[in-house]
Design a protein around this ligand. Structure first.
Ligand SMILES: [Fe+2]
Length: 281
């Protein structure tokens, strides 16, 4: 397995591109996969998808990105799920394990959406405690991703970036900074994306995401079905200036284009990284 340090701009590994990746071994520095797609019903035995992933992993570093942790929920943590995640990670040896700073359900019901949390002291303590339990259960640290949001709570006590900084300080977890999500939420809620970046601890940012959004009735929706937009490229350049050229992923999950088109988008992100780093010398 590849053990080299991870850098550059990776791509999401999607089933439509399995054959291309396995047969052509394209020049991509690393892949990100959705963890749940490779977990079988028992102990992480994920059938053919896992066989494909194991082959890909022999050639490329892999990031495990989950969507089911529901770290902010008040339901008990799902230790069966964590056992599967631990088992998958022990097979794949990912360079990073990530999930979202959100809740996805309550009272045993899954709402299949990444819902924002109230940014309160109580919620920060709740999430931090659960992150520590997750990290203990899977035996590795995780990074949490900021989600896009379309609502906020009347009883918020702090900004989203302060909430994240508090959790990082308590748990030592990393941050997966989704720059598109920052821009989407900034427009929807009327805050400044660069102020958000300034509030995130530099050393905590281990990965970034870039994606495309849609617009509906003046709101931005995080649809992952477009190229990265100009304002997000601008915010990404500001993020690279603050956090450095941390590994970045192009997320494109709907209307998935050709692999060559994805590589073109990744090349654009690499150009931004290189441009910012050259200017900083
Ligand atoms: Fe993301």
């Amino acid at each position: 397995m590849q053990k080299r340090a991870v850098s550059g701009v990776g791509l999401g590994l999607r089933s439509v591109h399995y054959d291309h990746v396995l047969s052509r071994r394209p020049a991509v520095p690393w892949f990100e996969v959705i963890s749940e797609n490779f977990m079988g019903p028992r102990g992480g035995s994920g059938g053919r998808p896992l066989e494909v992933l194991a082959k890909v992993r022999r050639e490329y570093p892999v990031a495990l990105h989950g969507v089911s942790l529901s770290i902010g929920s008040t339901d008990p943590l799902d230790f069966d799920y964590l056992k599967k995640l631990e088992s998958l990670a022990s097979v794949i040896e990912p360079w990073i394990v990530t999930d979202h700073l959100c809740w996805t359900g309550a009272h045993g019901k899954n709402l299949h959406d990444l819902l924002p949390l109230p940014y309160t002291e109580e919620a920060a303590r709740h999430v931090a405690g659960r992150i520590e339990k997750v990290q203990d259960a899977i035996g590795r640290s995780i990074a949490i991703e900021n989600v896009s949001s379309y609502l906020s709570y009347k009883h918020d006590e702090m900004a989203e970036w302060e909430f994240i900084a508090r959790i990082v300080k308590t748990t030592g977890c990393g941050v997966l900074l989704d720059v598109n999500n920052i821009h989407v939420s900034a427009i929807n809620h009327g805050f400044d994306g660069e102020e958000y970046l300034a509030g995130i601890p530099v050393a905590a940012v281990r990965q970034m995401h870039l994606a495309g959004y849609s617009e509906e009735n003046g709101f931005l929706i995080d649809t992952h079905d477009h190229p990265v937009s100009d304002p997000v490229w601008k915010l990404y350049a500001a993020a690279v200036r603050r956090f450095g050229a941390v590994p970045t992923l192009i997320e494109w999950d709907e209307h998935i284009p050709s692999f060559a088109r994805l590589q073109k988008e990744a090349a654009k992100a690499k150009e931004v990284q290189d441009g910012v780093c050259a200017a900083a010398v």
